[in-house]
Design a protein around this ligand. Structure first.
Ligand SMILES: [Zn+2]
Length: 342
């Protein structure tokens, strides 16, 4: 209103000048963005709002360690309009390397996890309960440290993509499961969007700030919810080892019979070792994952008497419901875990 009133009496030159500065921000087409998986897509949408069009290559409830590309995906990647591809990095989505080569993608690749404190995979590779007591140590500051090792994974992991998409690299890729890392992702996303579309930089930075505040508040809630559970009951079984960062950050012990891989079949010996461990350590609950076949969990629950605690969202958002957003997923997982082991 105020704008129109002002324009009415303005000389033509001023009017033209105002239109030139005011209109492009309003009328410009959204920037076209692709993400490797659904959790990144939600983050980019939250930061970019209606100024970005986002396509996720792996959809909600999909397995983010591998991908089935559609002609629509290839077309989007080949389009000169597509400016940015956001990947997780750390070996989760190194399948994007093939896609980059074959699609002739002309935009920029952003590694969203760049700068997180990386969890080394050898800590997670064995089948023993990880003895994490992160709740006792305040390691939040260290999340700000820049660890650039993982920034180069696109080059050196090309050669050992095993077809099932899960590189057995040095690092645990599931960094988003710690809300402190989620904040690093969001800063990287806001920076990339602002560089690609400087006219809307203030919008992106503002949205990122609000989003990070929500992450910090939720981080606090998760910490409190976990701290309320007696330490000896803070132990769970998941399918594949997607919760190492969550465990480190919030003080949980996790057994994952499939290890970090999404495709390996555990041997009968592995399974009986896990069952023995669950019984000895009185682990209260076994969880299902939205991205996994859960037959093994049912067997483990039957043979150990541990309860099946419900569905955890590890590597993909839900298509609907509470876990259909990143923050909702973190809230949902925390609720389901604390409910089952309290
Ligand atoms: Zn995974």
């Amino acid at each position: 209103m105020k704008f129109q009133v002002y324009l009415k009496g303005a000389p033509a030159m001023v009017l033209a000048g105002l239109l030139a500065t005011a209109l492009p921000v309003q009328a410009k087409a959204p920037i076209e963005v692709v993400t490797s998986f659904s959790i990144l897509a939600d983050m980019v949408k939250t930061v970019g709002a209606d100024q970005v069009n986002v396509v996720s290559l792996v959809p909600a409830d999909g397995n983010s360690h591998e991908v089935e590309l559609t002609p629509r995906d290839i077309k989007k990647m080949s389009s000169p309009d597509t400016q940015l591809l956001f990947v997780n990095g750390l070996g989760l989505d190194s399948w994007t390397d093939r896609l980059l080569a074959s699609s002739g993608f002309q935009g920029k690749v952003i590694v969203a996890s760049d700068g997180v404190k990386v969890r080394k995979l050898d800590e997670a590779a064995d089948h023993d309960v990880h003895d994490h007591h992160a709740a006792d140590k305040d390691d939040h500051d260290s999340h700000e440290e820049h660890d650039h090792e993982e920034g180069h994974e696109h080059e050196h992991e090309k050669d050992h993509d095993h077809g099932h998409g899960h590189d057995h690299g040095e690092f645990d890729p599931h960094a988003w499961q710690d809300l402190a890392n989620g904040q690093v992702y969001v800063r990287n996303i806001a920076r990339a969007l602002s560089q690609a579309d400087p006219a809307n930089a203030a919008l992106y930075e503002g949205n990122a700030r609000d989003y990070i505040q929500q992450m910090q508040a939720l981080d606090e809630q998760v910490r409190k919810a976990m701290a309320d559970i007696p330490a000896e009951r803070r132990k769970i079984v998941t399918t594949h080892d997607a919760f190492g960062y969550f465990a480190d950050a919030y003080g949980l012990e996790v057994i994952a019979p499939l290890g970090i891989s999404t495709s390996a079949e555990p041997s009968a010996k592995d399974i009986s070792a896990v069952i023995r461990q669950i019984k000895e350590q009185k682990i209260p609950a076994v969880f299902l994952e939205n991205v996994k076949n859960n037959k093994l969990q049912d067997q483990i629950a039957r043979e150990t008497g541990a309860k099946v605690g419900g569905m955890l969202y590890s590597d993909a958002l839900a298509t609907s419901g509470e876990a259909a957003s990143y923050l909702g997923m973190m809230r949902h997982n925390t609720g389901v875990i604390t409910e089952a082991i309290r």
